[in-house]
Design a protein around this ligand. Structure first.
Ligand code: NAD
Ligand code: DAU
Length: 353
């Protein structure tokens, strides 16, 4: 396979490239990333550029560039990670989320259709060259929020609550339409919250680890009793590979590890692992439209594709904390000026309360 990985300099994309190098090195990876604030080539420092791995700086909304990449590298598969991914940022700048997450995905779909369709001029033709697939990496947030009971299944209605999740849900629907109308071979995966190495420290777990290490306040939104269903990033990567290889065309697969925790449980676990003080906990103003609970029913991917997660949360979180302790230099480097400004804007008013 010649796999176009978009957003491969981000958290999950860079771990996917690393996972592929370890578990399926026979495939070629072409990594296209615009290197926004969230993309960092230092997250790929251990992956040498050679015949089986190439990095190209490009925006997924740039159709001319995508066309060139497909032609030059004979792309057979797309794994689309590229996105604006942070809910809080989507509340500040929804438009960026819509253009990147929806129009960027559509530009990729169009390019794949053009290059893979047996007769691109025939709008009725649903014939494609053999062995191609587009995989859209989506999120459980498209389903909205759960109450105390229940799980998201693939049949749950799409009820996104933030501009981020609305943009991801829109992209999912565009993908669905390209399967239904054009027969483009594709899958959609919807995963729960990931944690692990190389995650940008605006997200809960690396933010709390970093602040504990620096003895800075730990900003807890609202009452801290929101629930997320955590999965180690390598388990997400193995699930994506399973869907890429064995997923039935047109199907959606939820991915999750049956591991629900409140935010406060996670934060306290980090505090205790690092020997920090609970006095660092600061309750701040809640995120507008904050989803209360996410939890995934993963029975479709486990029964139909035989995928199971391999990490327990205890093993995964302690390895992850150790990784951030051992990689302080990476953390310092990703905390660029642009991020520091955003961080100050985002949290300063709450701490002044
Ligand atoms: P991330 O923010 O760490 O990485 C996103 C990457 O996309 C960055 O490298 C960035 O430079 C790149 N990018 C952004 N806009 C681009 C553009 N226009 N063109 C090309 N590249 C662009 O995100 P992540 O946490 O690694 O998430 C990756 C994907 O997985 C996203 O689609 C997200 O919605 C989805 N997802 C994330 C989680 C999670 O817990 N982090 C869970 C489920 C699904
Ligand atoms: O569920 C999958 C999604 O998980 C992905 O689609 C998103 O890309 C990813 O960012 C993540 O979204 P969340 O909003 O759940 O993740 P975040 O790390 O931003 O927040 C996790 C929880 O922690 C959420 O309830 C908000 C809370 N939180 C977060 C931050 C950054 C705090 O209480 N304080 C904080 O400072």
């Amino acid at each position: 396979m010649n796999i176009l990985v978009t957003g491969g300099a981000g958290f999950i994309g860079s771990n996917f490239i690393r996972w592929m190098k370890q578990h399926a090195p026979e495939h070629r990876i072409i990594n296209v990333d615009a290197l926004t604030y969230a993309g960092n080539l230092e997250s790929l420092r251990d992956i040498p550029q050679d015949a089986s791995y190439v990095f190209i700086r490009a925006d997924i909304r740039d159709r001319a560039k995508l066309d060139e990449v497909f032609s030059q590298h004979d792309i057979t598969h797309v794994v689309n990670f590229a996105a604006e991914s942070h809910v809080d940022r989507s509340i500040v700048d929804p438009e960026l989320f819509l253009t990147t997450n929806v129009l960027g995905t559509q530009a990729l779909l169009d390019t794949a259709k053009l290059h893979w369709k047996s007769n691109p001029e025939d709008k009725y033709s649903r014939e494609y060259r053999a062995g191609v697939k587009f995989l859209q990496v989506s999120t459980d947030e498209v389903y909205g929020a759960l109450g105390r009971e229940g799980l998201f299944s693939e049949a749950s209605p799409l009820m996104p609550n933030s501009p981020y999740s609305a943009a991801k849900a829109s992209a999912d629907l565009v993908c669905r339409s390209y399967f239904e109308t054009f027969g483009l071979p594709l899958n959609i995966t919807r995963c729960s919250n990931n944690y692990g190495p190389y995650q940008f420290p605006e997200k809960l777990i690396p933010l709390m680890i970093h602040n504990c290490m620096e003895e800075k306040p730990l900003p807890v939104y609202g009452d801290g009793m929101q629930i997320r269903d955590w999965l180690h990033v390598f388990d997400h990567c193995s699930a994506i590979f399973a869907v890429l290889i064995r997923g039935e065309m047109g199907e959606v697969y939820n991915i999750g590890g049956n591991n629900e925790r409140t935010n406060l449980e996670i934060i306290r676990q980090i505090i205790h692992s690092l020997g920090a003080s609970e006095e660092l906990i600061h309750f701040v103003k809640d995120r507008p439209g904050h989803d209360r609970r996410y939890a995934i029913d993963n029975s479709k991917i486990t029964t139909r594709l035989g995928w199971t997660p391999s990490y327990t949360f205890e093993q995964g979180i302690s390895e992850t904390i150790r990784w951030y302790q051992d990689n302080e230099e990476w953390m310092e480097h990703v905390l660029s000026g642009a991020y520091t400004e955003y961080y100050a804007r985002m949290y300063a008013p709450s701490f002044r309360e």
